[in-house]
Design a protein around this ligand. Sequence first.
Ligand code: NOJ
Length: 766
Amino acid sequence: MRILRMMFPAAVALLSAICPADAFAQRITAEEVAGKSKDEFIDGLLGRMTVEEKIGQLNLPSYGNVKPDAKKSEIAGRISRGEVGGIFNIFGVDDIRALQEVAVEKSRLGIPIIIGADICQGYKTTFPVPLALSCSWKPENIEEVARISAREVSADGVCWTYSPMVDISRDARWGRVKEGAGEDPYLGSLMAAAWVRGYQSDNLSADTTIMACVKHFALYGAAEAGRDYNPADMSRVTAMNYYMQPYKAAVDAGVGSVMSSFNEFESIPATGNSWLLHDILRGHWGFKGFVVSDYLSISEMMNHGVGYSEDVTLQAFKAGVDMDMIADLYHANLKGLIDEGKISMAELDDACRRMLVAKYDLGLFHNPYRYCNPERGKKEMRSAANLAAARRIAAESYVLLKNDGGILPLSGVRKVAVVGPLADSRANMSGSWTKDEATGRYNGLVENLRDALGGDVEVVYSRGSNLVDSEKYEYNFTNRETNKRGDDKVLLADALKAVEGADVIIAAMGESLDMSGEGDSRAILEMPECQERLMDALDATGIPVVMVLFTGRPLAMERQDRQADAILNVWEGGSEAGLAIADVLTGKVNPTAKLTMTFPRVTGQCPIYYNHKNTGRPVAPGEWYRPFASNYIDVPNEPLYPFGYGLSYTDYEYGDVTLSSVEMSSTGKITASVAVTNTGRRDGEEIVQLYLRDMVRSITPPVKELKDYRRVALKAGETKTVIFEITVDDLKFYNSSLDYVAEPGEFTVMIGGNSRDVKTAKFMLK
Ligand code: NOJ
């Protein structure tokens, strides 16, 4: 071409005008990638992209059906025309490689596409839902889950995950609480950073790492009335002091991308909200990666009522959304907005550059097929090590909520009756984001309990009841295995027969995975009546009942709490849940997990959370009702189970809190110590929690805030002194000017095994 250009310049110019593609001279070459620095390469590439190609990089369309021949699919045509920056939720090396080949070989410049997916709790090896994982209070577990997820899915073509979801939520009615780490900003931040470290590691371009995408920015978990997609209405100080912390932690950990959320904030949809996306995310926190909208969240801004197609496109783009998921509005409108001068070429270049940098950092320009490795996949998927990790991590996320008379772990039993609508479901254990089609091979509870208890123990099973009372709910139930209907009277009669002569009943009840998750808000968190009737009948037998609670959210189960002798909350525990539940029930594993979300007594207490305000008319802890105080006339303010709560097969006793000084200077620090004793007969590990309360400050403080914790292994009878260091950073908050400050005055230190039962001491910040 160069020679042609020298010999016939006019002809070449004419040819280029007719056929501007000039494809061979323009296409990315391996030499170019290898021979230039990142900035030089991206500058060079941007310099030869057309406006349409730049806009194409910002487009994340629906891929539709790629079978039977991905290369002939509709999306392949769009990719070859340079209209697509990435696609998502497509799996398998063959289809992904085929589409990547189209991008690299058929599009004019050969820019690879980014392949995303919702890998939120494992891929082929499935782990507990993130809410459950957070209850381990072990960021290292979450890092391991993310690492294993990345290793598995990166062999199957995916290099970008829509995880972690770090939305704080105080309202269990919201169906998506199971995707996050609960209600606490401090713990949520530790977990957020751990997810990012696990997925991305410190080398994003390795074949086994993937880019994380923290979501949903921002405040999505505060959806009014717990109804999904509803507005999140709160002050900026509340946002900054609580809800924003985990997103910031993910940004500080180097997350590569951020997803904007569906909700509005301050009457502006988050996807078009420049205070959130521009001022805070990019300005305040210095985020350098790219922002993708949520699914259709740009076009949904029209439903929010802030404009029509071009308006919402402009608003989202100007606010800082780089990539349009599914709506196709950037594709439809950006060119026109640029021609009209409403968006500058520099702004388009900035957004496009962020997409190209992400692809560069993932190593896609160096090797677009690096994430398609069936050989590695064969070794990675569901490897013995991965399954063992899933089993261990699941057991570490189960919260023992009650254990009267030490009925657990099971011992000396000859007949065990496993009863309940969730007792024999495998598919239900996976959680809603599973991408594993073959959930039938998961470990079931009944068989695993049988194996764990050994041949001398008889284990019988009966379903006992339907999952829900009315078929009307079932339109949403995809999990037919769990939800097939029977006659409640017949089911109950069968169960009562099955439990005859049993030493203990294991009642597996709660929610199926279809009852929580996106779009699955619930206004009634009490147990469905059919399950309630089952529990009433089991209780009436006089046989000890251990409730194994399957759920994606805190439930209001005051009645069952009174009835059951023991309750083990096993959430949605992933592919190895059956083994892990048996491990805990039989005592092979001593439970250590603690709740990261408050359980209400009744739905009407929601939203309910431990770090609430005092009000001008508080009731004392434990006090129920006083006229004209801030309480209910029909239920106490206290939850059923508080944040941080969880039992073990042993018991712990806390000594008094000792401070190294009752004064702290503005640059100094003090220590708070407490002696913790294992007073039971088993070795265990206690999560010792430190809370602080700022007694007086310029904006009203919460009654307590988690600031630190330690996991302490204690042999039976052993005592250890746990020492916490408190620095001025632990005392800081965003004041009404959104400055991050500590104000002098009195502070209360609280230490205990949950947020309710604490020992206290006081100090002054000078
Ligand atoms: C919508 C959900 O809100 C989001 O969490 C998810 O990542 C996208 N859909 C893509 O599946």
